[in-house]
Design a protein around this ligand. Structure first.
Ligand code: AMP
Length: 402
């Protein structure tokens, strides 16, 4: 069921508590990447332009939960946000629920913006503590969840706060609305052929997604290090490639399930290999076909696999991609991931719906310049993978239906 969005709530003169994801990389007080701040602007602007009072809250990093720690302060974010909004952003205190914070919220007028200090300075945030949540909830006439990257967590600001606000509007922001629309629509009723591309390091991370998606997908294309656990089960020589020995049974189960469902499970048929795990592949890079020679490890999908995967993606009407095809951070092993990103951008131009799930694949489409040529790049790594596993998030479920 679609959720009510902030634009359908009357916010004039109201205190609107917006849970955002301002968990940005900060290096020596300088924000290295402000995309998450920019991504929250549509929701914030919508509230203040209609005379709401925007009270923003977020976590940043992993403080100990024992009070203020300067390196995890959201102060630099408040400053950057003020620049982006071109208006002052109040940052009242180093504790999100002390008297100074409560007083500053009380003194806000229509159109004001205020950012609370890092929620995780209180252990109660991660514990989902109801007393902590009650204090945050006391700031709000309206609650907005616009923090997709944290939606899979039952933390206080995500679950206990909206629970404490029963009877008041509890809605999603524009960012979360878009994530849910793409990630759950694509999965509920995908246009076929529906192709899923999975890569990255671990079978264990992706197994639940594979099992959930195999019955819906026409093809699953596997790349990255996780492919070698599958290939080992199939009796291929994988040399020194990375394998999860304790996941061979999982890989076997997925292969059997694919056969039973008549779903195509594609595995790499050739490999770009190096002799060592470094950016030069140990100075010796070779392409192997089905069997990799001892002493070499697979670090990218080879040219034949790239062509095959490109062809399958080219016929798709829906594509979901999570996880790189190789060690795309290093030039000799980035080609496979680049080719897949390009194929997904091209098929988007032809009208397919394409979704790139957070983390490394999102970084890859950015790096190769295709981020604007796919339907949706998810902002949440863990959260988007859990959506691919078919999980429901309490933090979203409990909000008002549209
Ligand atoms: P994940 O976080 O599981 O999505 O994995 C992403 C990481 O997998 C990236 O940092 C890649 O460098 C790495 N990766 C992809 N393919 C391989 C491979 N064949 N061997 C080792 N690491 C790989």
């Amino acid at each position: 069921m679609a959720k009510k969005t902030i634009d359908s709530v009357d916010v004039a003169g109201k205190r609107v508590l917006i849970r955002v994801d301002f968990n940005v990389p900060i290096d020596g007080g300088v924000i290295a990447d402000d995309r998450r701040i920019k991504a929250a602007l549509p929701t914030i602007n919508n509230v203040i332009e209609r005379g709401g009072k925007a009270i923003l809250c977020s976590h940043l990093g992993r403080p100990a939960g024992q009070g203020y720690e300067s390196k995890y302060s959201l102060k630099p974010v408040a400053d950057r946000l003020a620049e982006l909004l071109d208006k002052p952003v109040a940052f009242p205190s180093n504790d999100c629920i002390d008297e100074a914070a409560a007083e500053a919220v009380k003194n806000m007028i229509a159109g004001d913006v205020l950012l609370l200090e890092n929620l995780r300075f209180h252990a109660g945030e991660k514990q989902g503590d109801t007393d902590f949540a009650a204090k945050l909830a006391s700031y709000a006439d309206v609650y907005v969840n616009d923090a997709f990257g944290t939606c899979h967590r039952a933390h206080a600001s995500m679950v206990a706060v909206p629970k404490a606000l029963v009877g008041k509007p509890r809605v999603v922001g524009f960012l979360v609305e878009k994530e849910i629309r793409y990630l759950s629509e694509a999965l509920a009723l995908p246009a076929h052929p529906f192709v899923v591309v999975l890569g990255g390091v671990k079978v264990s991370d992706k197994m639940a997604a594979i099992e959930h998606l195999l019955p819906k997908a026409d093809a699953i294309l596997v790349g990255g290090a996780m492919a070698y656990t599958f290939l080992k089960v199939m009796g291929k020589d994988i040399g020194d490639s990375r394998v999860e020995e304790d996941r061979l049974d999982d890989a076997k189960r997925a292969i059997d399930l694919a056969a039973k469902l008549d779903a195509e499970l594609y595995l790499p048929r050739d490999h770009v290999c190096g002799k060592a795990f470094n950016d030069l592949g140990g100075g010796d890079i070779e392409v192997f076909g089905e069997h990799i020679k001892d002493g070499f490890m697979g670090l990218d999908i080879g040219p034949e696999t790239q062509s095959e995967y490109t062809r399958v993606i080219g016929d798709a009407k829906t594509v979901v991609w999570n996880g790189p095809m190789g060690v795309f951070e290093w030039r000799p092993f980035m080609v496979g991931t680049h080719q897949i990103a390009k194929a997904i951008a091209n098929v988007t131009d032809e009208g397919a719906t394409t979704i790139v799930g957070g983390g490394d694949s999102a970084a890859a489409v950015e790096k190769f310049g295709f981020a604007d040529r796919v339907s949706h790049v998810s902002t949440g790594g863990g959260a988007s993978l859990e959506m691919l596993e078919g999980k429901k998030f309490e933090a979203v479920e409990l909000l008002d239906d549209a």
